[in-house]
Design a protein around this ligand. Structure first.
Ligand SMILES: Cc1ncc(COP(=O)(O)O)c(C=O)c1O
Length: 413
C-alpha cells in the first residue's frame, strides 16, 4: 500500500532494496539502528552491519595482508581490485605478486589506522575511518550509513513519490511511531537523506535539510524562523535575490529589516538593542565582495539578546569554514556552487540543531521545494571531489592574490 499524506512524521526507513544477504555476518538486516542516534536523529554509520557483504572477492593471501578493519573498509575495494588484478594477471603462480600485495598492504595501512577491536565493538569503526573532511565528503552517509542495502558502491537513486507499507498493521505502527519508514517523496527520500547525512558530518551538525535551491533554503528558513511582525538583521553585501526577498516579500508579513555593513559590529549591537531581533542572517564570505563576518563575535552578541544567527557559507564551503563550531546556530549553502561543483545541478542546504532544522523542515514539507533524488545523486557525486577542488581553488586564489598584490598597477585602497 502506498500512502501519500501525513504531515507530521519524518521517520526514515531501513532497507527495502536488499540485494544479497551475507550468511557469514548474519547482520545484514534493515538498518533500524539508523533511527536511534541522538546526534542526527539517525545513526548514520552501522558498524559491521553487512560490511563483509559489500566486499567482493579477495585473492587467497589478501586476507593475511590486511587487518580485519582494512578488509572490511569500503575504501579498500580499490586496493582489493589492484591486488585482484595483479593476482589474475599472475594466475600461473596462483597468488598475487609480492610487490603488489605489499603495495596494497601499505596503501591500506596508510589509508586506515590499524583496527582496534574495542572500536569495532563500540560501533566506532566507520566513524574513526571518517577522520578528515576529504574522507567525510567522499564516504559519509553512504554504503554503511544509508538506509538502502545493495551491493552498489554508489548510492542508488530512488525515484519514487511514495513508499510501500507491507500491510495495514505496518502503516498503523508507522503512524503510531513504532515503525520507522519513509512515507511520501516530499517528506523524505533515501538518496536525499544520504546527502543530508554527508553534509551534517561535514558541518558537525545534528541535522541537515536539503532543498531544491539555495534560494529555496534561505526563503524557507526566513519564513520558518522570523515570526510575523518580527525583526531581522542582515548585511549590505548580500546575494541580491535574498535581499529582494527580505525587502519586498517579508514586509507583507509585517517583518522589518535592519541592514548593516558586515564589519559594523556597533550597528549590530544597536539593532539588537532597539528591536526584538529574531535572526541575524548574513553571508560570510559575502557575495560579491567576499567580506567576512566575525562569526564568533556576532554569535555571542546575538545570543545575549536571544537572536539566532544564520550564516550563508556558500562561498566558503563546509571545508573552509565551520560556522556552527564558531557559534552560529545555522549554516546555509547554495549547493549549486562549490558543493555540487559541476554546473549541472541546483540545490540548497541548511544545517543546525535537530530542533531548529525540524522547525524549518516542517514548513518545507508544506511549501514543497523538494530536491529531486536525481539532483541529490549529482550533488553526492560532485562532493566526491569537493576537498580536491577546494584545495585547488584555495591555492589558485592565493597565487592570484599574491600576483595582484605585487602588480605595479594594482593598489590597495
Ligand atoms: C551566497 C549565495 N547564497 C544563495 C544563493 C542562491 O542559491 P541558488 O542559486 O542555488 O538558488 C546564491 C546564488 O548565487 C549565492 O551566491
Amino acid at each position: 500500500m502506498a500512502v501519500s499524506s501525513c504531515p507530521c512524521l519524518k521517520l526514515f526507513v531501513a532497507s527495502s532494496f536488499e540485494c544479497r544477504s551475507d550468511s557469514s555476518s548474519g547482520t545484514d538486516q534493515p538498518s533500524q539502528g539508523r533511527f536511534n542516534s541522538a546526534r542526527h536523529g539517525t545513526t548514520p554509520f552501522l558498524s559491521g552491519t553487512g560490511m563483509s557483504s559489500l566486499i567482493l572477492k579477495f585473492p587467497p593471501n589478501f586476507v593475511r595482508q590486511l587487518s580485519t578493519k582494512a578488509r572490511r573498509n569500503c575504501s579498500n575495494i580499490g586496493v582489493a581490485q589492484i591486488v585482484a588484478a595483479s593476482w589474475s594477471n599472475n594466475s600461473a603462480s596462483g597468488a598475487p605478486s609480492a610487490a603488489a600485495a605489499a603495495a596494497a598492504a601499505a596503501a591500506a595501512a596508510s589509508a586506515i589506522p590499524a583496527a582496534d577491536p574495542a572500536d569495532v565493538l563500540a560501533g566506532n569503526e566507520y566513524k574513526s575511518f571518517l577522520s578528515s573532511d576529504g574522507s567525510i565528503a567522499v564516504h559519509a552517509g553512504e554504503r554503511l550509513g544509508r538506509g538502502i542495502v545493495t551491493d552498489a558502491i554508489t548510492t542508488p537513486v530512488v525515484n519514487t513519490s511514495a513508499y510501500f507499507f507491507k500491510k495495514t498493521q505496518e502503516l498503523i505502527d508507522f503512524k503510531e511511531k513504532r515503525h520507522a519508514s519513509y512515507e511520501y517523496g516530499r517528506y523524505g527520500n533515501p538518496t536525499t537523506q544520504v546527502l543530508e547525512d554527508k553534509i551534517s558530518e561535514l558541518e558537525g551538525a545534528e541535522s541537515t535539510l536539503i532543498l531544491a535551491s539555495g534560494m529555496c533554503a534561505s526563503t524557507v528558513l526566513l519564513l520558518a524562523l522570523v515570526p510575523a511582525g518580527g525583526h531581522l538583521v542582515t548585511t549590505t553585501d548580500c546575494y541580491r535575490k535574498t535581499r529582494i526577498f527580505m525587502e519586498t516579500f517579508l514586509p507583507k508579513m509585517g517583518i522589518t529589516v535592519t541592514v548593516i555593513d558586515p564589519a559594523d559590529v556597533k550597528a549590530l549591537e544597536s539593532a539588537l538593542e532597539i528591536n526584538k531581533v529574531s535572526l541575524f542572517f548574513t553571508e560570510s564570505p559575502t557575495n560579491p565582495y567576499m567580506r567576512c563576518v566575525d562569526i564568533e563575535l556576532v554569535s555571542e552578541l546575538c545570543h545575549r539578546k536571544g537572536a539566532l544567527v544564520c550564516i550563508d557559507g556558500t562561498f566558503a564551503t563546509p571545508l573552509n569554514q565551520k560556522a556552527l563550531a564558531l557559534g552560529a546556530d545555522l549554516i546555509l549553502h547554495s549547493a549549486t556552487k562549490f558543493i555540487g561543483g559541476h554546473n549541472d545541478v541546483l540545490g540548497g542546504c541548511i544545517s543546525g540543531s535537530t530542533k531548529l532544522i525540524s522547525e524549518i523542515r516542517n514548513l518545507h514539507h508544506v511549501l514543497g521545494g523538494t530536491l529531486n533524488p536525481n539532483a541529490a545523486y549529482l550533488i553526492i557525486r560532485g562532493m566526491k571531489t569537493l576537498h580536491l577542488r577546494v584545495q585547488q581553488q584555495n591555492s589558485t586564489a592565493l597565487r592570484m592574490a599574491k600576483i595582484l598584490e605585487e602588480h605595479p598597477k594594482v593598489c590597495i585602497l
